[in-house]
Design a protein around this ligand. Structure first.
Ligand code: FAD
Length: 402
């Protein structure tokens, strides 16, 4: 695939470390109040990202946590003035909690994308879209930005998904798959459910149609796809709605006095895990994306894991190891532990690989403990229906515990 480079380099330092995430947060804080509420929907292009935080790749992996982002913003602004920004942070938790109640949505999506990958292989229209050769200048530019930088503004993601589905008439699971492969913040819940939302599958009959005037206005005239977009189309229909689980999954607790830690991309801030046991060693589970480590997304993943692991080793004063799943049991046995603690993995690829690992570890008498954060336990129960229900609870959820 040959794609010309993006026209301008991103203005953001995408170093995949907690320190870089905290620096970005500190730099963005002054703009998180009224400025963000006013300007956040404008996509000024990759050379100017000052109106949004660009924190998603760090928050997604919990290199910095939602709680600390919210606390930092509220230390600088009143809730009323930073309300918009804080609501956006809660959108992430909303998608997570919603998916925890309906894990079948992700299983269905995963099966569908595998089938579609095979049945659409070599399709000319699909290739044109993925190579940024559709002739729709904004869409083609976003493809380059996605592939070269691995990040798109939220509004561009919405326009992109809408054009993919309703103008180019390509299957949405292949679009979500394309995003997942390239985004530095790729997240099973936010990505898959946002694509479903654009298609009209999240709220039945409500879909998102990209309009040329909206794109022109919110890209400050950089693009004007007038006459090129399908501005009228029916929403898609969910033919196989997934069942809703009776209860949210809870995490588990450490029972031994000495454990080993296993880091995954779902939670790379072990310093704030609720852990009282001694730590015998720290390992990180290699991400499947890291194997083909040339894209910005794969580079961010491997760098983030390395950063989390180095901090864990220093914080707990232990040795560290980067492991494939197949080597974890032998490593834990070598340390002489019978419990391995990891951050809770919400529905997604990491959770599926931890499920398999849990069975393998159990054969050798080792228990995998998934430590769930109090923040998720408090927020997810409000994500059963629409976002509105969770939004109402935000003032209560961000107030310090009595
Ligand atoms: C089709 C589509 C696919 C998406 N895929 C992903 C994805 O894979 N990973 C991902 O993290 N986000 C995804 N999003 C949500 C959103 O686009 C990004 O989180 C946001 O653009 C990140 O930019 P930011 O950090 O500057 O956000 P800001 O506007 O500065 O918001 C602060 C934080 O709030 C959270 N947030 C903001 N908007 C959303 C949202 N709509 N949904 C969920 N969380 C949000 C993010 O953690 C973000 O870092 C997707 C949206 C769409 C429409």
């Amino acid at each position: 695939m040959s794609i010309p480079p993006a026209p301008a380099l991103a203005s953001v330092d995408w170093t995949p470390t907690r320190a870089a995430g905290l620096a970005r947060l500190a730099a963005f804080l002054p703009a998180a109040g009224g400025d963000y509420a006013r300007d956040r929907n404008v996509d000024r292009g990759p050379s100017d990202r000052a109106n949004v935080s660009c924190l998603s790749p760090w928050i997604r992996r919990r290199l910095i946590t939602e709680e600390e982002v919210i606390a930092a913003v509220l230390a600088r602004h009143r809730l009323q003035s930073a309300e918009k920004f804080i609501q956006e942070v809660f959108w992430r938790s909303y998608w997570k909690g919603w998916l925890e109640m309906r894990p079948g949505v992700l299983t269905n999506f995963d099966a569908e994308r595998q089938t579609l990958r095979a049945s659409w292989a070599g399709d000319a229209a699909l290739l044109r879209a993925m190579e940024g050769r559709t002739g729709i200048a904004c869409f083609d530019a976003w493809v380059r930005e996605l592939v070269d930088i691995g990040w798109l503004h939220n509004h561009a993601r919405m326009w992109f998904a809408s054009i993919w589905i309703f103008t180019l008439r390509l299957p949405w699971p292949l679009g979500a798959d394309f995003f997942y492969k390239h985004l530095v913040d790729a997240d099973p819940a936010s990505n898959t459910l946002s694509w479903r939302w654009v298609a009209g599958l999240h709220t039945a009959g409500k879909h998102y149609l990209a309009r040329a005037t909206n794109i022109r206005d919110h890209t400050l005239g950089r693009f004007d796809p007038g006459g090129q977009l399908a501005e009228q189309a029916l929403s898609l229909r969910d033919e196989t709605p997934a069942p809703v689980a009776a209860a949210l999954p809870g995490g588990s607790q450490v029972t031994e006095r000495r454990v080993a830690l296993l880091l995954t991309e779902e939670d790379l801030h072990p310093e704030s895990w609720d852990l009282t046991a001694d730590v015998a060693g720290c390992a990180a589970l290699e991400s499947p994306r890291v194997a083909a480590a040339t894209s910005p997304a794969a580079r961010f993943s491997s760098g983030a894991l390395a950063d989390g692991l180095a901090r864990a080793g220093t914080h707990f004063s232990t040795g560290t190891a980067l492991l494939e799943a197949g080597r974890v049991t032998a490593w834990a046995k070598g340390l002489g532990v019978t419990e391995l603690a990891t951050g809770f993995a919400p529905t997604g690829l990491v959770a599926w690989s931890l499920d398999r690992l849990q069975h393998a570890l159990a054969q050798d008498g080792i228990r995998l403990v998934q430590l769930q954060r109090g923040f998720d336990r408090r927020v997810w129960p409000h994500a059963r229906a629409g976002f509105f229900k969770l939004r109402e609870k935000i003032p209560q959820l961000v107030s310090p515990a009595p």
